[in-house]
Design a binder for this molecule. Sequence first.
Ligand SMILES: NCc1[nH]cc(CCC(=O)O)c1CC(=O)O
Length: 293
Amino acid sequence: MRTHLKIGSRESALAVRQAQIVKEALEKASPGLTIEIVTMKTTGDKILHKSLEKIGGKGLFVKELDRALLNGDIDLSVHSLKDMPMEIPKELPVIAYTKREDPRDALILKPGIQDLKEGGIIGSSSRRRSLQAGKLYPKCSFKNIRGNVQTRLFKLEHEEYDATILALAGLKRLGMEGLVSRIFSVDEMIPSAGQGILAVQGRKGEKIPGIEAVDCSDSRFAAKAERGFVRYLNGGCTSPVAAYAETSGNEIRIRGLYYHEETGQFEAGMISGEKHKGEILAERLARSLKGRF
Ligand SMILES: NCc1[nH]cc(CCC(=O)O)c1CC(=O)O
């Protein structure tokens, strides 16, 4: 068994914190194992002046780490599942899905302001968020804001934004949930597929000591269903498709949002059933939502 492993991570504070969460859990489960975190800049982190859709999407956050994993520079990589592309290389499977952190989205106001007034500007580059928040704040407008959590909070403070929307999971991991002024329920704002779950990627066939302690089967069921929904709708990285699945005992309940490009309308719906059938149920929900247009 290996006694020293390297975890690859993006450089942002959140990415490093996420890698630490996995490092601590693995070290705790396997006494004698030591883990080092190796950070690297990805193309997605370097190019901030263009929208993700224009520069090639989510793959840009994982490409460099995939390469390092393939050539042995690192042994594992940790990603927010929601940032992972739909196609994951066969030789680099996800070997664990962590227990889910709070999947909800949250509103953060510009420091010094007490509430979001009519005409307020909400910073968000996520159409999933702006579409759903548009129903809650019909008098507000939306303006792109890109960058990691810290960058966005800096822009919120110093640029022309009154509020922004971020994942509560990231804020909690960074100890910043105190900034939140409103948490959206999963019905008000269906989360992005995988939000709150970390995916640990490894090399096919390689045993990682302690990995079972990091893996959560309910997260795995949720991940399969949510990503199944997105895959069916070919949501890729840029479409505002949203999916959130919750398990309880043997049941799974899946919420999904389908956006119809031509009309700009969206429909949300829910389906439940046996959790082992999550992917099929998710597809059925996707098909029925799509069929409404
Ligand atoms: N796209 C950035 C990103 N990727 C994952 C998270 C949050 C952490 C998670 O979903 O586990 C965030 C920040 C955000 O959306 O506010």
